[in-house]
Design a protein around this ligand. Structure first.
Ligand SMILES: [Zn+2]
Length: 127
C-alpha cells in the first residue's frame, strides 16, 4: 500500500490517469492489493484517445467519438460530420495565424533596424 491514505473505494486524484481525470475513460477495476486491472478494452481506449489527441481533437470531440464508438450498429455519418467540423476549425485557425503573420511582417516593415530605440518604428507602432 502507498502511504497516501486514500481508501480503496475512492483513490486519490493523483493516482488517476489523465484520461480518467478528464472523464474519458472509467477507472479500471482494482485487485485485492489495490492494483489496477487493465483489460484489453481499457488499453484500446487509451490508444484511441492518444491518437485523437495527436490529431489535436478537443476533449469534447474525443468524448463524442467515444460515445459513437459505443454504438457500433449506428450509421457513421455523425463521425464524419465531427471530423469535417474539426477540419473547418483548423482551417479557420490557419487563416487567423496567417493574418497574424501579415500583421507582424507589416509591423516589422516599419523599421529598417538602423535607428535608435526611441526612433524605432516597431515600438512606435506598438505604442
Ligand atoms: Zn526599430
Amino acid at each position: 500500500m502507498s502511504g497516501c491514505g486514500c481508501s480503496k473505494e475512492t483513490p486519490c486524484e493523483d493516482k488517476k490517469s489523465q484520461q480518467e481525470k478528464e472523464g474519458l475513460i472509467p477507472e479500471p477495476e482494482r485487485t485485492e492489493g489495490n492494483y489496477r486491472l487493465y483489460d484489453v478494452g481499457y488499453v484500446e481506449r487509451i490508444k484511441f484517445i492518444l491518437n485523437c489527441r495527436t490529431l489535436n481533437m478537443s476533449l469534447n470531440e474525443i468524448r463524442q467519438l467515444l460515445t459513437y464508438k459505443d454504438k457500433p450498429e449506428k450509421n457513421c455519418s455523425d463521425v464524419n460530420e465531427l471530423i469535417d467540423l474539426h477540419v473547418s476549425a483548423i482551417r479557420e485557425n490557419i487563416i487567423k495565424q496567417q493574418k497574424l503573420i501579415e500583421q507582424l511582417s507589416d509591423l516589422r516593415g516599419t523599421c529598417d533596424g538602423l535607428c535608435t530605440i526611441d526612433q524605432c518604428g516597431v515600438l512606435k507602432n506598438l505604442a
